[in-house]
Design a binder for this molecule. Sequence first.
Ligand code: COA
Length: 250
Amino acid sequence: MPSTDYEVITAADCADLRSRADAVTMPVWPEFILHDPVAENWEALYEEFPQFQFALVEPGTDEIVAVGDSIPLAWEGRAEDLPDTGWDWAVEQGLRDGRAGREPTVLCGLQLVVARAHQGKGISSHAVRAMKAIAKSHGFGALVVPVRPTMKSEHPHVPMEEYIEWKREDGLPYDPWLRVHVRLGGEIVKVCSQSMRVTGTVAEWEQWTGMQFPTARDYVIPGALLPITIDPTTNLGTYVEPNVWMRHGL
Ligand SMILES: CC(C)(COP(=O)(O)OP(=O)(O)OC[C@H]1O[C@@H](n2cnc3c(N)ncnc32)[C@H](O)[C@@H]1OP(=O)(O)O)[C@@H](O)C(=O)NCCC(=O)NCCS
């Protein structure tokens, strides 16, 4: 279906978008990622920046096929200097900037999810285009995104710096999600090595993953881009997720 056939609705025009969007996004994420404490700001994101939270809706059925979330940032620096703490930083800094009344300069993408039943049909490109269009319509000159490469979880022992260099024969990135961004004009800026941080007790990690972690070591878990570190002596498990800063000029 051409992108023009999907309706773009935002939380500014649709009061129940948050709950409808959650019903689409929650089931696609591995449980542990939902426990990044910075994600507790999600309600504030919808309340303070409703015009930047959107969904693609299929006309006729009114079904949400994709959800996108973003936040404006007052970032005066170069894209190359964007912080290593990527996603966590963007959520907190965007809220701080908004509350301080600072003039935003770029839009930062935080999440794009295609509803499970609609994945694999090319909808992700429509969703990226919609996010770029929203950024442009608000006068931003760029969209920056701490991108989570989708197939990195199949290569948890490969450093992200090396992974983003993997290319196909046509020169496009090996990773499908990086590829979507590059095809739509995104440039890879750099790795942000501490983009998300999740800590929990060993029991919590066991509950989130359905695995057991009997000794102190690093463990590969489903859906994580790198192994997690478990230390039963301190009863703590830590996951620090690297993402990839990308920039779309508008
Ligand atoms: C990542 C995501 C948005 C992609 O959306 P999608 O609509 O399913 O993807 P598309 O059909 O548009 O395909 C995009 C590319 O991924 C490839 N792809 C799709 N599903 C794939 C799979 N299961 N395995 C490997 N590649 C896949 C497609 O071939 C296409 O690449 P190509 O055209 O260069 O070959 C979707 O899978 C999703 O919501 N995942 C969970 C959330 C997430 O990881 N979001 C991104 C980080 S915020």
